[in-house]
Design a protein around this ligand. Structure first.
Ligand code: BES
Ligand code: MN
Length: 460
């Protein structure tokens, strides 16, 4: 299995880099080959204006429920390369952990589900349920191939449940199911103050500096206390319920250890009066991801930059839809722009926040599997991160289960991303058991409801 998985991880499927398109396709082909080897009679690469979507259907088993499994085969850029102990695309095992970009997010977790399905088929001699697989290659870059596909063919999401395995345990030994995901509004702010760069001595004192202007706009968007300066933003937030807040308070959490081991900084920042779970799960954020402009090479150059660009994003919580927030951001930036600057805000990508109702019986089935394998049921938490396609996965009305086998210190999007191999092995057991139990019980509730409806129809 390690040889197989490392073969998948070796493919540098960085979706945001145009020159990696061939590698993204190779990762999609790897999945197609694998799904064919698993015995899926339908395996398709669905093309669009970006990286392909992989769609597969297991052999049809009459009278058994259908599970739709979602995952993504693309990964984030590996940079800064010099900070990796072993190269990002040369998977390496140290101390029971597999290090590689995508080891956890999400190739390792996709692999875990494929192996769970394989194990269950082998164990029972036949596929015990219907599984549809949908894997995209643009989750990390904001492409819309899967979005267009699901809007054109919403029936692809028809299933008894959808399983998304792209997240983590709450803590080692504490499996989690997610009740909300934050949305995202990712934008580029571009400032032009001059037609060309100028000598900073000759014109310093009169010429408007694009970088300075940009930095002032950015600092106007958030105050020193961490409050985002977009009118209406906080008022629109749907606050978590008292019961939810109470649940979060009961979770094991050591702020000092969190700061040292996960955040790796000297102090936490953010709004005063709110706990870490509230700040990372229930409040919006504004981050500056990068600034381009002026002179950043080695040495010194005395120049007044004419043009500067910043990449920023807001994380969105329930109550904050992406399109609404995008308009508010545009307005706030326009208000902060001085008359000497041409300022443009371009939306790059994003997604709406998601809330998940976990009352469907499929969640209880997963809990049973978690309990059998780990000794504990899932805790209900929210995610700070985003998976933009999740709202569409529920288009046909199936419950969407958000879970995963990662650990909080896996280093997603960071150097030295890893997957604990014990999490992979137990993950295969968990999801294998889930598939078996779901095969028996997953569709049961819906079918009996259907029968009741049919009976009621017939009676009337
Ligand atoms: N797997 C993550 C999302 C995630 C991270 C969920 C941690 C829960 C906990 C996903 O692959 C991801 O990183 N998504 C991007 C989406 C964005 C680029 C639109 C994210 O959140 O930055
Ligand atoms: Mn990710």
């Amino acid at each position: 299995m390690l040889r197989e998985l490392t073969g998948f991880l070796r493919i540098p499927s960085v979706s945001t880099y145009p020159d990696r398109a061939g590698d993204c396709r190779r990762a999609a082909e790897w999945l197609c080959d694998h799904l064919t080897a698993l015995g899926c009679p339908t395996v398709q690469m669905i093309e669009g204006p970006g990286h392909p979507v992989v769609w597969a259907e297991s052999p049809h088993v009459e009278g058994r429920p259908t599970l739709l499994i979602y995952g993504h085969y693309d990964v984030q850029p590996p940079e800064p390369l010099e900070e990796w102990t072993s190269p990002a695309f040369e998977p390496s095992i140290r101390d029971g952990k597999l290090y590689a970009r995508g080891a956890c997010d999400d190739k390792g977790q996709v692999y875990c589900l494929l192996k769970a399905y394989e194990a269950v088929c082998d164990a029972s001699g036949n596929p015990p349920l219907n599984v549809h697989f949908i894997f995209e290659g643009e989750e990390e870059c904001g492409g819309h191939v899967i979005y267009d596909l699901l809007h054109a063919r919403p029936e692809l999401t028809a299933a008894d449940a959808v399983l998304v395995c792209d997240m983590s345990y709450y803590a080692p030994g504490w499996p989690a199911v997610y009740t909300a995901l934050r949305g995202l509004c990712y934008a580029e702010i571009s400032v032009r103050t001059l037609q060309r760069d100028l000598h900073s001595g000759t014109y310093g004192g009169v010429a408007p500096n694009a970088l300075e202007t940009l930095v002032r706009i950015l600092s106007g968007l958030k105050d020193a206390a961490g409050e985002i300066q977009i009118p209406k933003l906080y008022r629109a937030v749907k606050a978590p319920s008292k019961a939810e807040l109470k649940g979060w308070k009961k979770l094991p959490f050591d702020e000092d250890e969190y700061l040292e081991r996960e955040v790796t900084g000297k102090a936490l920042t953010g709004l005063k009066g709110y706990s870490v779970p509230e700040r990372t799960w229930a409040l919006p954020t504004l981050e500056i991801h990068g600034i381009r402009g002026g002179f950043v090479g080695d040495g010194a150059k005395t120049v007044i930059p004419a043009h500067a660009v910043a990449k920023v994003s807001l994380r969105l919580v329930p109550g904050l839809e992406r399109d609404k927030v995008a308009k508010w951001l545009q307005k706030a930036v326009a208000k902060l722009a001085p008359r000497w600057a041409d300022v443009e805000v371009t939306m790059l990508h994003g997604g709406d926040p998601v809330e998940v109702d976990t009352s469907h019986p499929a969640f209880a089935v997963l809990d049973e599997a978690f309990e059998e394998v780990t000794g504990r049921r899932a805790v209900h938490v929210r995610a700070g991160g985003s998976i933009p396609i999740v709202p569409e996965l529920g288009l046909a009305g199936a419950p969407v289960i958000l879970t995963g086998i990662g650990l909080p210190d896996d280093g997603l999007h960071s150097p030295n991303e890893k997957l604990d191999l014990d999490q992979l092995w137990s993950g295969i057991q968990i999801f294998g058991r889930f598939l078996e139990l779901f095969a028996e019980k997953g569709g049961a509730v819906e079918e009996s409801e259907e029968e009741e409806l049919e009976e009621a129809d017939a009676a009337s």
